[in-house]
Design a protein around this ligand. Structure first.
Ligand code: ADP
Length: 258
């Protein structure tokens, strides 16, 4: 890798203590991620995908090894608001309007009202919901709610977007549309946003990513890293190209070996 990594994971292991036993959730994981890369973590349930994402985001601490984010510890990066996080369930506040939900991180950061409004407008436009700013989350569909979560996560221009199965609860058709929209949003975001995306879906990982990190369970390790050389912008034609199917097969075979 020629540019300095934005995220450097160096021989990281993670043990959890539970019910008197020890779970070896991750073992000796090393990975360098370049600024602006779209990286998917894929593997069977329990292989440590979420754990790895949570370690990067300072939501868990490694048992051994080290992680550097923008050349600093993840804790410092979290204080510096380098992360936006989107979970599987949209976690919106039902009593706040869509606009007020998007403004929330900026409110917490003490930004003034004019800046908050301007930023929320821009983000709602980016995710195609500018007409829904005054609606309440419960008035929107699941896909729209998840777009609000993405707008909120991007509202303070984080350099890293952590996404833990954000489309897992959506039906297949909505999910494919959201994947295409995410790529447009990612391309339209103001900086070179780096995305770490946890998924179970092979086509989803291939469609979105620059690299797919295939993980294997017990203990969680990196089995293979597949470079996705599909041209961007990607669209429906991408999904129907022979190269897409080759890459899906490559990831599937890596998973089978894991
Ligand atoms: P994935 O996201 O790939 O499904 P996780 O990272 O959630 O996997 O979990 C990896 C392993 O660590 C699993 O065996 C899981 O049960 C265990 N684990 C995760 N979090 C905890 C925790 N807080 N306490 C104990 N065990 C945990």
């Amino acid at each position: 890798m020629t540019t300095a990594p934005i995220i450097a994971i160096d021989h990281v292991s993670k043990l959890y203590q539970s019910n008197g036993g020890t779970v070896n959730a991750l073992h000796d994981v090393s990975l360098s991620i370049a600024p602006g890369e779209f990286i998917s973590l894929i593997g069977p349930s329990g292989c440590g995908k979420s754990t790895l994402m949570r370690l990067i985001g300072d939501l868990e601490q490694p048992s051994s090894g080290a992680i550097q984010v923008k050349s600093k510890p993840p804790h410092r990066a979290r204080l510096d608001r380098d992360y936006g996080i989107v979970f599987q369930a949209p976690v919106l506040y039902d009593w706040r309007t869509v606009r007020k939900n998007v403004e929330l991180p900026l409110e917490v950061m003490g930004r003034g009202a004019p800046e908050r409004h301007e930023r929320a407008d821009a983000m709602l436009r980016l995710v195609g919901l500018h007409e829904f700013g005054d609606a309440y989350p419960w008035q929107l569909s699941g896909g729209m709610q998840q777009r609000v979560s993405i707008a909120r996560a991007l509202s303070f221009s984080p350099s890293i977007l952590l996404m833990d199965e954000p489309f897992g609860a959506l039906d297949e058709i909505t999910r494919e549309r959201m994947q295409a929209e995410l790529l447009l949003i990612w391309g339209g975001a103001d900086t070179d946003t780096t995305v770490i995306f946890v998924t179970h879906s092979i086509p989803e990982a291939v469609f979105l990513s620059d690299r797919v990190v295939v993980m294997s369970p017990r203990p969680g390790r990196i089995e293979n890293v597949v470079t996705i050389d599909l041209p961007r912008p990607r669209d429906i034609v991408t999904r129907e190209s022979p190269r897409f199917f080759e890459l899906v097969t490559e990831v599937r075979e890596s998973l089978r070996e894991s």
